[in-house]
Design a protein around this ligand. Structure first.
Ligand code: FPP
Ligand code: ZN
Length: 456
């Protein structure tokens, strides 16, 4: 993924061409009889599996040594397979573990390929891929001590992180660092220090979050910044009402999401923007409280008594031992997130977050987004694409399916409430596995990793 090559604002003609192609598909769909409609909406599971498995087999070491993206390809493919509720053959899993171990730098972190420079993005991809494979051999292949040293080295005096030695400082770097530290149970106050200041400085006048201060709000960075703020327990420092307003307007006439204002719809934003909604559903009381403050002039002590907030995300796990959160119910601690008085178990935030039921209905049009993914992004022969006219690829397959899963579970407040058929567009057999929206790994695989690393 080349994030430095952002394309300029689209012309009206580009927009019309995409709308034309998409609406032609919707018109055709509308004209079909019932059974043909349902065939068109069906997730082509077998074809997706064939496309994904072929890709994994091509990852073998003879693949170009210059390719710096292979941990990403592992993650995109393995996660897509996991979303489909499938497993890969043990031999292929062994190849992945062995290959990623060769990408692991002796001084910590994962590079894009063996012998290359460790990088935070490929570290995130490798860790998520190994969690998705699961099992003792896969999880114990991650050198957490060295990884912690790598994260410390990437940490900047300002609090933000660099992607790699002498690399760029941005919101992606903050998210990938905090996400891996959290899931591996090595997150501490030192890594968290001032990250929140940096992310807050990246929230723009539009309400979304940019890659760096002064840049344009974008879905990819908004997801990264928002998820980071939750993982470090400082989410209430963001302007959540502004964020919600910005992301709500990113669902386009074509029913999918665009990444930023005046840009084209693209299926990968089904996750980057859809994931923001999944997170918002679980911090809704904080949003309500911010809105209440706006209207009441800001007496947040009263608001805290009304909503009982604070306690939710930062409470930690019951009975997990160690330093469970006793965050005091003061305005300062809630708005400041971490402070010296709160012995918060930072590493339990991801777990508590997913265990707590969603507080709100989805605030985007879930069925419309599913329609875009199934009718416009799905390639019937296998794989998913950005939009009609584009070729399929593993990145869009992974993030379209992640977004589809977010949609399907968007009305199920917790794990004990499986989605109703009305929440799943097309046949119920389209139902994917549920993800943990802070990390984007299938929730069952996340639990296994959480338990494994909690005991180390
Ligand atoms: C975890 C991790 C590393 C996350 C990365 C998040 C992410 C997708 C960031 C987006 C980067 C970016 C500015 C793309 C714009 O490309 P573009 O101009 O081609 O696309 P656009 O027209 O849709 O904006
Ligand atoms: Zn895309």
């Amino acid at each position: 993924m080349d994030c430095s090559a952002a394309t300029p604002t689209v012309t009206q003609r580009d927009q019309w061409m995409v709308e034309h192609q998409v609406f032609q598909i919707y018109d055709l769909f509308a004209s079909l009889p019932r059974n043909a409609k349902s065939a068109m909406l069906e997730l082509q599971r077998d074809n997706h599996m064939e496309y994904l498995t072929k890709g994994l087999k091509r990852l073998d070491p003879s693949f170009s040594v210059l390719d710096a993206n292979r941990p990403w390809i592992c993650y995109w493919i393995l996660h897509a397979i996991a979303l489909l509720g499938e497993y890969v053959e043990p031999e292929l899993e062994d190849n992945v573990i062995e290959f990623l171990s060769r990408c692991q730098d002796p001084n910590g972190g994962y590079a894009g390929g063996p012998g290359q420079m460790p990088h935070l993005a490929t570290t995130y991809a490798a860790v998520n891929a190994l969690i998705t494979v699961g099992g003792e051999r896969s999880l114990s292949s991650i050198n957490r001590e060295k990884l912690y040293t790598f994260l410390q080295r990437m940490k900047q005096p300002s609090g933000a992180f660099r992607m790699h030695d002498a690399g760029e400082i941005d919101v992606r770097a903050c998210y990938t660092a905090i996400s891996v530290a959290s899931v591996l149970n090595i997150l501490d106050n030192e890594l968290v220090r001032n990250v929140g200041d940096y992310i807050v400085s990246c929230q723009t006048y539009e309400g979304g979050i940019a890659g760096e201060p002064g840049a344009e709000a974008h879905g990819g960075y908004t997801f990264c910044g928002f998820a980071t703020m939750i993982l470090i327990n400082e989410v209430n420092r963001l302007d959540l009402a502004g964020l919600l307003n910005w992301v709500a307007f990113r669902q386009s006439r074509e029913c999918g999401f665009q990444g930023r204002t005046n840009k084209l719809v693209d299926s990968c934003y089904s996750f980057w923007q859809g994931g923001v909604f999944a997170l918002l559903q679980r911090v809704h009381s904080i949003l309500d409280e911010e809105l209440g403050n706006l209207h009441s002039g800001g007496d947040c002590t009263n608001d805290s008594q009304q909503t009982g907030m604070t306690s939710d995300i930062s409470k930690g796990e019951e009975g997990s031992g160690g330093t469970l959160s006793q965050v005091d119910e003061t305005c300062h601690s809630r708005l400041g997130g971490l402070n010296a008085h709160s012995p918060l178990n930072l590493n339990s935030i991801g777990y508590s977050f997913i265990k707590q039921p969603a507080e709100e209905e989805p605030l985007f049009h879930s069925l419309a987004l599913q329609q875009y993914i199934l009718l416009c992004a799905q390639v019937m022969e296998g794989g998913l694409r950005d939009k009609p006219g584009k070729p399929r690829d593993y990145y869009h397959t992974c993030y379209s399916l992640s977004g589809l899963s977010v949609c399907q579970y968007s009305e199920s407040p917790d794990e004990d409430s499986p989605p109703l058929p009305s929440a799943v567009m097309g046949p119920y057999s389209n139902l994917l596995e549920r993800i943990h929206p802070l990390f984007n790994v299938v929730v069952e695989r996340y639990y296994e990793a959480h338990e494994f690393f909690a005991t180390l």
